[in-house]
Design a protein around this ligand. Structure first.
Ligand code: ADP
Ligand code: ZN
Length: 800
């Protein structure tokens, strides 16, 4: 007999509290994994039952009872709960915090209404009304809940036109013959899990008799009233769960599964298919890296493997680091799997649409394909056989706000739970991944040839020390641009995002000052007239002499790039249009798509943008790509600066010359001797990798150590702040020395003041994650309680 339920709150403070079973609902109405309303202080809050205790262990403690359940059927599977528990432990975060970032917003809603059905009438009842009800009324509500007549209403206003419908339970197949239409809708939902109103109307009209109404709304409303299906409001038309109509420009580069595989693809596919079969058969997780240069046909491999997994009755998760990239995969999947149930799941879906997919995953009857971004890993599938992470090196696979996680680790956990193949695909793998492959921890397949006749573009370096300082573009770039435009071709200009604080480089030799201990770029802080290392806190007076050539004149890097759009505007004819792609220009929903479309359709000739433009887009008419300030990336205060630059520029080069005409890539640099350039020019990943690995070994960075960033912050005006930071730093150094870890810092974070809070960070290097968690938890014991001081732990930070 259960006497205590552990409920993790899905809102701050995200703690877990114990509750008893209320007398108006029997014990069987409650279950681990269920969303429930519970009393907390004076209010009622949403939480998830994450555990239960039986009588013996509970003892005599008197517990507040649970208030009301929100699910008749459990939405969170055992596997997802297990994953949540694992992540909470790993991140040292409360389970409620993990849950609140895993659950779609619609499932975290606090104030809930209920619909009470009595015959054909439905009345709406507020939760607080239920909670204040008399015992006899409560007994009535309790019975109604048990009978399925009382159902939570998730959203108040439904936008009927864009609504999505989800099947709530197995259809009663013996519905009266008169309910033929209802049965048809139920059947459709039974195989597809969920569908938009539009889709249902299409089906409806396809086989409606002439005498029937052209409109399914009445039948849908009947089914909602019977509690058989649920309506979720306001699915955004552009992110329908229907296969989106492929855009014309996307067709140019899309893959058809019917292509005969090349020799290289055939070989790779045979290996991967055997892996997949073995993993599914033996119910164990297998991981493979697909290292294939840009344009080597990785997507076709993904699609063929997806088909193989579906044929084995397994669902497929196909992930991209960002929504825009997932859109391309979605198009491919839609074209190639017209008859397979599928969903597109990502952070920009509205709550109703997310909920619909979440439910569909839980109640599915047939295997399906989900295309999406990292959050799709938390969908409660029970039959995953294949998880593919395309562009696996991308930093966006790490969620580093709120609850932090690395999608690759979550995927690894999921695939081990379910038994299947996890595929990491990239032209420029994460150094850590490639190292693991080198060590034999991950098996690997390699694609070395481009599919199409057109070769990888020629990459040239432009020595900017010989150019006029007032001109952001070199003479050769300007000439190349002019001739590209004359030939009616397009050009892309990369403005590497500049560091948080200014980086400087020597005007004479192009060298940028680096931290002697950490080997990362130093940033200039004007107020202190110093250069600073954000890893270890090392500082150096500035201005100073260049360590390389003794020069005394320095140049801020990345400066003037903001004006590039304007500069280009003045340079080209007024008939030429320029689009800009960066965080600012794409903040509004749908903007990114429209910018990309404008460019793809040739309504703009030039695209200027941050690293966003390097990612996976296919623009056959682009023949010139320019990295305007190639040095910014290399000198970022980040140990992965070289890796990121290599990835960025090789991907960027992959953008040029994808059509019939050859492409050209120009990298402008003040430091053409840097060893990185040669590998970028030749696109030689292996050579870059060995060089980078040596550097990582020498300066003790991953994969040779485990890294954690401990972030500390306090309100600027809090006068004890600086003292607490000092104490924390001393404690970490002491504990670090005791445990044999290296602690760097405390140093100001790259954004040392944000939202009125001072931000400080300590970098810790250890041999195991456990040691890092230990040192972090020991820190918690000395931090002042109930103060505005905050600390957080970022394991394996990727955006620094
Ligand atoms: P990657 O993802 O490795 O950069 P893609 O999957 O985009 O490469 O493939 C590049 C192009 O080659 C695409 O247009 C794709 O349709 C085409 N392609 C891939 N495999 C084949 C094949 N076996 N036969 C013909 N075309 C192919
Ligand atoms: Zn340093």
């Amino acid at each position: 007999m259960t006497v205590a339920w552990d409920v993790a709150l899905c809102s701050p403070p995200h703690r877990t509290f114990s509750y008893g079973t209320p007398d108006y609902l029997p014990e069987r109405s409650w279950a681990v994994g269920q969303r429930v309303m519970v009393p907390v202080g004076g209010s009622v809050r949403m939480g998830v039952i994450v555990g239960s205790l039986d009588g013996e262990r509970q003892g005599e403690r008197k517990l507040k009872p649970l208030a009301w359940p929100l699910d008749q059927e459990l939405l969170l599977s055992k596997d997802v709960l297990e994953l949540v528990r694992h992540l909470a432990k790993r991140q040292m975060a409360p389970e409620g915090l993990v849950l609140s970032s895993v659950l779609p917003k619609a499932l975290r809603a606090g104030a809930v209404h209920f619909a009470l059905r009595d015959g054909d009438t439905v009345s709406k009842i507020r939760l607080d009304h239920i909670l204040r009800a008399s015992p006899s009324e409560l007994a009535v509500y309790g019975q109604a809940w048990l009978d399925g007549l009382l159902t939570p209403v998730i959203a108040e206003r439904a936008d009927r036109r864009n609504a999505t419908y989800v099947l709530l339970r197995d259809p009663p197949w013996d519905l009266r013959p008169g309910a033929k239409r209802q049965l048809a809708v139920l059947e459709y939902l039974f195989t597809h899990g969920c569908a938009s109103r539009e889709r249902i109307s299409q089906e409806w009209q396809a086989d409606a008799a002439a005498s029937e109404s052209r409109n399914p709304d009445r039948v849908l409303a009947d089914l909602v009233r019977k509690g058989l299906i649920q309506e979720s409001p306001g699915l955004d038309a552009s992110v329908d769960i229907l296969p989106a109509q492929p855009q014309p420009q996307e067709c140019a580069g899309t893959t058809t599964m019917e292509h005969a595989l090349t020799a290289e693809q055939t070989e790779a596919f045979a290996v991967l298919q055997a892996d997949l079969e073995q993993a599914v058969r033996e119910k164990k997780g297998l991981v493979r890296l697909v290292h294939g240069i840009t344009g080597s046909g990785k997507t076709l491999l993904y699609l063929r493997l997806a088909r193989a997994a579906l044929a084995m009755g397994k669902s497929v998760l196909l992930l991209a680091p960002e929504v825009a990239l997932s859109a391309q995969l979605w198009t491919e999947v839609s074209r190639n799997f017209p008859d397979v149930p599928k969903h597109w799941y990502h952070g920009y879906l509205n709550p109703g649409a997310k909920l619909a997919v979440f439910r569909a995953a839980r109640h599915q009857a047939t295997p399906r394909i989900v295309v999406g971004t990292r959050s799709a890993l938390f969908l409660p599938f029970a039959d995953l056989g294949l998880i593919i992470l395309d562009e696996e090196h991308d930093a966006s696979y790490k969620q580093d706000e709120g609850f932090m996680y690395q999608a690759k680790e979550v995927a690894y956990f999921r695939i081990n739970q379910q038994g299947g193949l996890m595929l990491l695909g990239s032209a420029t793998p994460d150094v850590k991944t490639f190292h693991a492959a080198d060590q034999g921890e991950i098996a690997r397949v390699t694609l070395r040839k481009r599919i199409s006749r057109c070769q990888l573009p020629e990459i040239g370096l432009v020595d900017m020390r010989r150019e006029s300082r007032s001109d952001p573009l070199s003479t050769v770039c300007r000439a190349e641009l002019e001739s590209a435009l004359e030939r009616k071709e397009q050009a892309m200009f990369l403005l590497n995002r500049r560091g948080f604080a200014p980086l400087v480089s020597c005007l004479d030799c192009g060298t940028a000052p680096k931290c002697p201990r950490c080997e990362v770029g130093l940033t200039y802080h004007k107020a202190w007239e110093r250069l600073l290392c954000h890893y270890c806190g090392y500082t150096h007076l500035f201005p100073c002499n260049c360590a390389q050539c003794g020069g005394t004149r320095f140049l801020p890097m990345g400066e003037g790039t903001e004006g590039l759009e304007e500069y280009l505007g003045n340079m080209v004819a007024s008939s030429q249009a320029i689009v800009r792609l960066d965080r600012d220009s794409t903040r509004r929903k749908g903007r990114m798509e429209s910018i990309l479309e404008t460019f793809a359709q040739g309504r703009a000739q030039i695209m200027v943008g941050t690293q966003m433009l390097s990612k996976g887009h296919h623009f056959p008419n682009v023949t010139l790509v320019v990295a305007v300030d190639g040095d910014v990336g290399l000198n970022l205060p980040d140990y992965r600066a070289a890796e990121k630059t290599f990835q960025l520029l090789v991907q960027l080069a992959g953008r040029a010359g994808r059509g019939e005409r050859p492409g050209r890539v120009l990298i402008q640099t003040r430091n053409p001797e840097h060893p990185c350039w040669e590998h970028i020019r030749t696109g030689n990943y292996e050579a870059f990798f060995s060089q980078e690995l040596e550097r990582r070994r020498k300066f003790a960075y991953p994969p040779f150590v485990k890294l954690a960033m401990i972030r500390l912050s306090y309100p600027r005006e809090w006068e004890r702040g600086a003292d607490v930071v000092t104490q924390a730093g001393e404690h970490l150094l002491r504990e670090g020395a005791r445990l044999g870890l290296r602690v760097l810092g405390p140093a100001p974070a790259p954004l040392s003041l944000l939202n009125g809070r001072k931000r400080i960070q300590c970098l810790v290097k250890a041999m195991s994650w456990l040691e890092l968690r230990d040192v972090y938890s020991s820190l918690q014991t000395i931090l002042p309680r109930s103060s505005p001081f905050r600390s957080s732990l970022d394991l394996d930070p990727v955006n620094m």
